[in-house]
Write a protein that binds this ligand. Structure first.
Ligand code: ZN
Ligand code: ZN
Ligand code: ZN
Length: 782
């Protein structure tokens, strides 16, 4: 555990010692410049209790600003000790993330006798904005966007008093001297100020309007989550069809009315990071509009995390949609003048303030999986905290992938992960990407010598790397996924990486995505992959699972199956379109080969009639997961682990496509799903429920991983977007543990492409290191 905040010199270490003793846990605690580090070992249930009690029972004058934890391998400690800090560690200033309002500040704004009663910008040393307002280090008021506000005498006294909670609280402010609210029309007219602005915004939301609210790291679009009409209107204006909206609830009790909450999930909701937590819905007592998360058994829920949100939610008393203030896939809007343009036609009103936001930071998203938290979007509360690595790294920048882009900067042994930037497809997101890089580099005064990027030549991030550097280091997408997982789990090679996602550029010209990579000291070899199939129409096959369905039928059952209209994937096409796609598959026209697990999920969803068109990324896979979670079968389908690269033979017979030319050079073992597909088609035809088929499909995937892993005999690292699927991840972990195989997965760094930049940095570090270079010359590295 790494704990940052007011945890030094406040009796924190003795407290940790006593708690560990009481719970019979072993390990150690140490103070370092980066915070308090704890390694603790013991029974699972005791560890969970420890984690919860640290926050609940900590010394009264201590304050936790950030707590990051992850599970590691047992060491075999026999006692618990307070270790002495040797002081040798370089003092490196850290920029802290933004911290949710603390209990004391929350109490003050609701206390009529307090001078900060009703003040939406209340903060103290323990809470409030950091990363969103800081221009450069060291963290002092003149280097933040608060420099425009001169503290009044009373605030200045607090700021200068070592005994005060606001001693050196850089954003310290009060109603007399600090930022203020205004309510704007979309023409930029101010219609109300201060409390009246808040009141009017609350009224508008209550009346079914959509209000753009300037918060901590950008604008939210808010509307009444109970109102079907308001939520539908927001979907229409935001061009967002079915992707679920995140919700802000007025209280924990209000969340509980809608969702199941475990103690760990409750901890997350209340934590200083205060992320969106994905929770299972209760189903019955729902007061929410169906359009909030159509057909979705889960909800993304968060609690108020700034005084402004506390005040607004207290007034409203009901849950609101709180989605990023942007058009779909663009970065969140941070400036009120910009909002007039960008949110025009989306918001009815803007609730704004005059504290500038220096950089956009979205809400983070976390899901609990296998009893641990998994960060799926790393932004507010987490960014820009570093991941510590074992060895000193050269100055390196990883520019990430195309989707869910985030960048990473290596400084010494720390890799700073940027906040989530988004999909690099619009000019807006491209500009945000460059801004984030510039600001990370200037914060840490680092001029990276080496830039690491994806191998995909058309990714915007790759083009950027090529523009900036004559020798960018290309790191294969799935290799980067696995390295990221290894880094956060402190894993040393050799390791078997299982990288399953939607797509990534393969050096052989095919689309990779169902990969088993053996990681050695310097590089990787492809130990196995999913049997390839075609993506008819390329990008269109990503939006239309029915195309993958047809392709799988073509591979597993032959072309005659594409005439059988009893099959849902076939029936999903009008006859004319079906003839075209069939011809594409036959001739390999605009139909690249892929080994993508994400597309295999799409295909199976299509084959059992669950989804033929995807409205957002990963939709079909999520629906299969939910179906499977409702069944308990432990059976799986047959598949084969073959030795031969069949693709080379196929391409030889069909030279016009030219997609898989390089496949034959190395024997890659292949997981052949054809027997499974035939069984799924037969079972669906004989009336087996989609729930059961989906469950057996998930079981089969865990079996596939176990099959390759047993063959390899190495510890396994799970990475890639497919492992956002809780059922798949939990089944795989259990299955591998049954075989006695060590298994690791993501916790603090997203398994999806949001974690790629970290892996790129490490891949490039390996590539530029001298020893590895030598081996590469000898032909070791792919
Ligand atoms: Zn506070
Ligand atoms: Zn003041
Ligand atoms: Zn990926």
């Amino acid at each position: 555990m790494t704990i940052r905040g007011a945890v030094q010199g406040v009796g924190f270490r003795p407290f940790i010692y006593r708690l560990a003793m009481e719970l019979g846990l072993c390990g150690w605690v140490i103070n370092s410049s980066a915070g308090v580090w704890i390694e603790i070992e013991g029974e699972r249930a005791r560890l969970e209790e420890f984690l919860l009690r640290v926050e609940r029972e900590k010394p009264a004058i201590s304050f936790i600003q950030s707590l990051e934890s992850s599970y590691a391998d047992p060491v075999g400690y026999t006692e618990f000790e307070i270790r002495k800090s040797d002081g040798s560690e370089a003092k490196s200033a850290l920029v802290l993330p933004d911290i949710a309002t603390c209990a004391e500040c929350a109490a003050e704004i609701f206390d009529p006798a307090n001078r900060r009663f009703g003040y939406p910008f209340t903060n103290c040393t323990n809470c409030g904005p950091r990363y969103t307002i800081i221009e450069s280090l060291p963290y002092d008021r003149p280097r933040t966007t608060m420099r425009e506000f001169t503290m009044c005498a009373e605030c200045a006294r607090e700021y200068g008093d070592p005994a005060n909670r606001r001693f050196h609280a850089q954003p310290n402010a009060c109603p007399k001297c600090g930022p203020q609210l205004e309510l704007w029309t979309m023409a930029g007219e101010v219609t109300a100020r201060r409390e009246a602005a808040l009141e009017a915004a609350a009224e508008a939301i209550g009346a079914g309007k959509i209000v753009g609210v300037k918060g901590l790291g950008g604008f939210h679009l808010m509307c009444d989550a109970r109102s079907e009409a308001a939520v539908m209107e927001l979907r229409r204006r935001k061009h967002r069809e079915e992707k679920p909206f995140a919700l802000m609830f007025p209280s924990m009790e209000a969340v509980r009315e809608e969702c199941e909450i475990s103690p760990l999930e409750e901890r997350l909701l209340r934590s200083p990071e205060s992320p969106i937590v994905l929770l299972m819905r209760r189903g019955s007592a729902a007061k929410l509009a169906a359009a909030v998360a159509p057909g979705n058994p889960m909800l993304g829920a968060m609690l108020p995390y700034t005084p402004l949100h506390h005040l607004l939610m207290r007034r409203l008393g009901f849950a609101v949609v709180a989605t990023s203030g942007n058009l779909s896939d663009e970065p969140i809007c941070i400036d009120e003048r910009e909002a007039l343009e960008r949110l025009r036609g989306i918001a009815d009103l803007l609730l704004v303030h005059d504290r500038p936001i220096l950089r956009h930071v979205d809400d983070s998203i976390v899901r609990v999986m296998a009893g641990r938290e998994m960060v799926m979007r790393r932004a507010r509360g987490f960014a820009p905290l570093p991941v510590m690595v074992e060895h000193e790294l050269p100055a390196l920048l990883g520019v990430g992938a195309q989707q869910k882009n985030a960048v990473a900067l290596a400084v010494g042994r720390q890799v700073f992960l940027s906040q989530h930037i988004g999909d690099l497809e619009t000019a807006e997101s491209g500009a945000a990407f460059e801004r984030v890089i510039a600001s990370l580099e200037s914060l840490y005064e680092s001029r990276p010598e080496t830039i690491a990027c994806d191998l995909h030549p058309n990714y915007l991030a790759t083009e950027y790397a090529q523009r900036l550097s004559t020798h960018p280091v290309g790191v294969q997408h799935h290799y980067a996924h696995v390295l990221a997982c290894m880094a956060e789990n402190d894993l040393k090679p050799p390791v078997l990486g299982v990288a399953w996602d939607g797509s990534g550029y393969g050096p052989d010209g095919t689309v990779w995505g169902g990969e088993f990579l053996k990681i050695d000291e310097c590089g990787y070899t492809r130990a196995a992959r999913l049997r390839c199939f075609r993506l008819p129409g390329s990008e269109r096959a990503v939006r239309e699972p029915r195309r993958c369905g047809l392709s799988l039928l073509h591979e597993a059952l032959g072309e005659q199956a594409l005439g059988n209209e009893a099959l849902p994937a076939v029936e999903a096409f009008p006859a004319g379109e079906r003839r075209i796609v069939t011809a594409m598959l036959r001739q390999g026209l605009n139909s690249p080969w892929t080994s993508s697990m994400g597309r295999l999920f799409d295909a199976v969803a299509s084959l059992i009639g669950v989804r033929q068109f995807a409205r957002h990324e990963g939709q079909a896979a999520m629906e299969l997961e939910w179906l499977a979670a409702r069944d308990t079968s432990d059976e799986s389908y047959d598949f084969e682990l073959t030795e031969c690269p069949t693709l080379a033979a196929k391409n030889a017979a069909n030279p016009s496509t030219g997609s898989g030319q390089a496949m034959g050079h190395q024997a890659v073992r292949e997981l052949d799903w054809a027997p499974m597909v035939r069984a799924i088609v037969a079972e669906h035809g004989s009336g087996v429920t989609p729930e059961r088929i989906a469950r057996r499909f998930h079981n089969s995937l865990a079996e596939m991983i176990a099959c390759v892993a047993v063959n390899c005999g190495l510890p396994v690292a799970l990475s890639g977007g497919c492992f956002q699927n809780r059922l798949l991840t939990e089944l795989t972990i259990a299955r591998l543990e049954r075989e006695g195989i060590r298994v690791y997965w993501h916790q603090r760094v997203p398994p999806n492409d949001g974690g790629i930049a970290l892996g790129q940095v490490l891949g490039a570090a390996r590539a530029v290191s001298h020893i590895c270079q030598k081996k590469a010359d000898m032909g070791h590295q792919q």
